[in-house]
Design a protein around this ligand. Structure first.
Ligand SMILES: [Fe+2]
Length: 509
């Protein structure tokens, strides 16, 4: 089965889901903001290019949300819980903004004196956090090959219509029209989510001429109800309404995109910098040593890049704790592969990659998370990625422990294999890939079948249908058919019973 090519818009919608949880709002909020931007842009008769800019700017609005997270944590504590008070503050009332910072933004768990210090720092440093985020968003857009106008637009989200924004204090028409449209759509969608339709319209009218272009704010308010009405399948609707040409990502662009998303996730904490590409590279090397097909090696590398994309939905405050995590913290940590699964569930071009990525904390004895999958649900690539991720994490320092030496990490990984939590063959492959001396890792191929073909054959022999096999191995029905066709070719038989007999002869079952 050939994997369909990924559209740029599909990739950016995936990123937008990650940025939603990365700023502490429910998934699909930036999709909603994108749809409202397009509706607003059409009602204002924007040109094709500006409409396309507004579309992508809305989706990429928070693409820099992981920049400067440690700084944000220092000021705010749980940086993911501050969106509601912030968006609700009226820009016309400086005292209200100061009150929101004092009561809703800065870390409330600190003693009063410390809070006073944080408050004073926040007044000057919060804009810097926002500027850093805009800059990182712009850099990410550059890596995704967006043109200079989209990149420039991402640096203008802190600007205000009245010229009192940052970083350049641009005023009125000096701010790109596509940015002004996306600003109105963004605030309207978020206000609507937190405070309802009535408050949203009142707030947008109040902000007209202050933070927002008055003509655009009025265009929204005049048709607020229809602007904010969301379809059942928001993602499909957003993909369907992409203005202009639909760009497909070629192989090199796909590679660059998964690397960019890896860096986006790793940037959230200083100690995770470089973690995801390193996992991808280690898993790739181990996969080659296992003689996996090229397609599975590529899958491994990219799943390594994206495996921790869901971590941005957990506060950097939790990741950065130097002591043991509380039960509540652990519950949140266990969510990060679930978030990855949700983020990567669509489109089809990413679905298989997503299933592998989100299984990186699963263990063969069912003790892993987030689904506690048993061994027979863990495919070779999932097992390999789990071993590679575990090794790579061990040799990196964390706030609660020093980095293990490569020898210590290898011993620990072997212990995990002996305890039945990690696959011994995969551990050997990972250790060999990491430069350790290990037993021969070249996997002996039974009857020249790949690992995946053997797994399919085992399930055929147990009487499962193609559909059931596909569900069990979390692959498509077409992939099962392809594997079966190749097995039948190799054993030169045409019936399932003969294939089963063949499997028995070779001790595959
Ligand atoms: Fe993880």
């Amino acid at each position: 089965m050939t994997t369909p090519q990924l559209r740029l818009a599909e990739l950016v919608t995936v990123l937008s889901l990650a940025t939603d949880i990365g700023v502490g709002i429910p998934m699909e909020m930036m999709l909603a903001s994108c749809l409202v931007s397009v509706r607003l842009g059409e009602s204002l008769r924007l040109g094709d290019n500006e409409l396309r800019e507004a579309y992508y700017l809305a989706l990429l609005r928070h693409a820099g949300c992981t920049a400067d997270s440690p700084h944000a944590v220092e000021l705010m504590g749980d940086e993911l819980g501050t969106f509601r008070p912030w968006i609700g503050a009226s820009p016309r009332q400086p005292l209200q903004i100061m009150n929101v910072i004092w009561r809703g933004i800065i870390d409330q768990s600190k003693p009063t004196l410390k809070r006073v210090e944080l408050f004073l720092r926040s007044m000057s440093e919060l804009p810097l956090v926002a500027v850093a985020r805009c800059e990182v968003a712009q850099q990410l857009a550059a890596r995704l090959d967006f043109d200079s106008r989209v990149q420039a637009g991402l640096r203008q989200f802190g600007e205000r219509w009245d010229g009192k924004g940052f970083p350049q204090k641009l005023k009125g028409d000096a701010i790109l029209l596509s940015v002004r449209v996306a600003q109105v759509a963004h605030d309207a969608v978020i206000l609507h989510h937190f405070f309802g339709a009535e408050t949203t319209v009142a707030a947008m009218r109040e902000r007209a001429g202050v933070t927002h272009d008055p003509a655009i704010a009025e265009a929204f308010c005049g048709r607020a109800a229809s602007m904010l009405e969301m379809p059942r399948s928001l993602r499909e609707e957003v993909l369907a309404c992409e203005p202009g040409p639909r760009r497909l990502l070629n192989d090199a662009q796909m590679e660059s995109a998964t690397r960019a998303l890896a860096d986006f996730a790793d940037l959230q904490t200083p100690f995770s910098t470089g973690h995801s590409p390193a996992v991808g590279a280690l898993a790739e090397e181990a996969g080659q040593r296992c003689q996996l097909p090229d397609s599975e090696v590529t899958l491994l590398r990219r799943a390594g890049h994206l495996h921790d994309i869901g971590r941005v939905g957990i506060s950097a405050q939790i990741w950065g704790k130097s002591g043991p995590l509380s039960e509540a913290d652990w519950e949140r940590v266990r969510l990060h592969p679930y978030y990855a699964q949700r983020i990567l569930a669509q489109p089809q071009a990413l679905a298989e990659l997503g299933m592998v990525a989100c299984a990186h904390h699963e263990r063969l004895d069912g003790s892993g998370y987030h689904r506690n999958l048993p061994a027979n649900m863990l495919t070779p690539v999932m097992r390999l990625l789990a071993a590679a991720e575990a090794y790579q994490a061990m040799i990196e320092a964390r706030p609660y422990r020093s980095a293990l030496s490569p020898v210590q990490a290898a011993d620990e990984l072997k212990r995990e294999a002996r305890a039945g939590r990690l696959d011994g063959d995969m551990v050997n492959a990972v250790l060999a890939a990491a430069g350790h001396r290990t037993p021969e890792v070249r996997r002996q191929r039974v009857a020249d079948l790949t690992e995946r073909e053997i797994e399919v054959l085992r399930l055929v022999a147990r009487g499962l249908t193609n559909l059931e096999i596909a569900a069990q191995l979390i692959i498509s029905r077409k992939t099962v058919s392809r594997h079966l066709e190749s097995i039948y070719g190799k054993v030169n038989v045409s019936t399932r019973a003969a294939a089963t007999y063949f499997a028995m002869q070779h001790h595959i079952i």
